[in-house]
Design a protein around this ligand. Sequence first.
Ligand code: ADP
Length: 483
Amino acid sequence: MIESPLLRTNAYIGGEWLEAENGKRFEVVNPLDNTVIATVADLSESETKIAIEKAASAFEIWKGYSASKRSRILKNWYQLQMEHARELARILTIEQGKPLGEAIGEIRYGASFVEWFAEEAKRIYGDVIPGHSSDKRITVIKQPIGVVGAITPWNFPSAMITRKVAPALAAGCTVVIKPSELTPLSALALAELAHQAGIPSGVLNVIPTTQASQVGIELCNNPMVKKISFTGSTKVGKLLLRQSADTVKKVTLELGGNAPFIVFEDADIDKAVEGLIQTKFRNAGQTCICSNRVFVHQSILTEFSTKLKEAIATLQIGNGLDKGVHIGPMIEQKAIDKVDALIQDAIDKGAELELGASVSEDHPSIYMPTLLSKVSPDMDIFSNEIFGPVIPLISFDSEHEVIQSANATPYGLAAYFYGRDYARIWRVAEGLEFGMVGINTGMISTTLAPFGGVKESGFGREGSKYGIEEYVSLKYMCWGNVN
Ligand code: ADP
């Protein structure tokens, strides 16, 4: 069992810590060794309904606070997250597995959304538009949309919450959060700090549950919820979009990816290798913007692959709490089985195994960094999101061909490429059908930029000046008889 001053194991509804009505609880395990670290209240749709009602009552008060007052309270929350960064990160590593250094990075990244949107709360500007006749005036204001249902994944159990909740609260909305059943402790720790920060009762609510679909149906069907914000798989995203149709909710979806990583012949190969290691092995390859298909120009393939193998050899695997570890466990056995199946299919169809393709002898939950060469589009690994520490190498000859191959996927979240020719950089950046493009960098996530995808990777943007738009609606006022 985990001990922590920030450990909370009941639901947080209307400012109170509550058990499930039927007393049910579920176990949360450490993915490294499957030991039980806590048991958490397992709520259902009836308590979700209550949480929505609390959020709806709180909305009437919270939306009336001045922007400065909401901003001050959000800044308190930010400060507390920064003060407790190490403890939040420890909880995160124990329930999710990522190395502690990465977990601290996630906590700071997550907190940065709270700081940013605390400022943006004061900049939700409207507009004045010249009237359509001499006695008319037009004004536009932005108003908070109402109660928000936020459904979040296990791979960033802290930052995916703050990235939704911070703009929602800044705009004057209230939220009901359903965290992943695999990682509820990070969400509940954030709720504890929200409580300490003075976020009023009912403004932020957390529903831990193993009954994701029932709780999801309640959030989508309940007419008091005006907006669904979801990060997770494309399959569940499509379901939530369909479920939200009957009550015509505003929806933001951040779904799966199949990121290409392209290395042109004029690229700085050392920097490209460094960037690939950063994008591929973060969180053991379990992020939606991890490079999924690595296209390398045939003229530099041998050099690139040699340097890549050398870089992979330096990666340390192990317990995320230990110093110097780069790769921790996969989230669950199912994830390992999926990666194994993708690798086997690729090998059966002609790919060559250069490194890895097995679990660690010491820790069967850790997948060894893996390199496959001679990968081609007919292999499942080309079209599926791998979500594991596997690099498939694909060689290419021409710019036109590689852009077509990169775009040959229903996904459109992140893409990366390395090269120096500035005209080509523009052509390729414009030609890639993805919401985010890293040019000579593998690190693109920042509070300051709009995160989000196109095609089946979803819609809506999180972070930046655009992020707040997801949580407001426009109201146009037509002033007549101005004589
Ligand atoms: P992953 O495959 O990465 O776990 P999921 O889309 O299954 O992605 O999970 C992301 C979030 O969606 C989690 O909080 C999970 O509990 C939730 N979820 C899964 N199925 C449903 C559903 N039918 N309705 C609502 N939420 C769901």
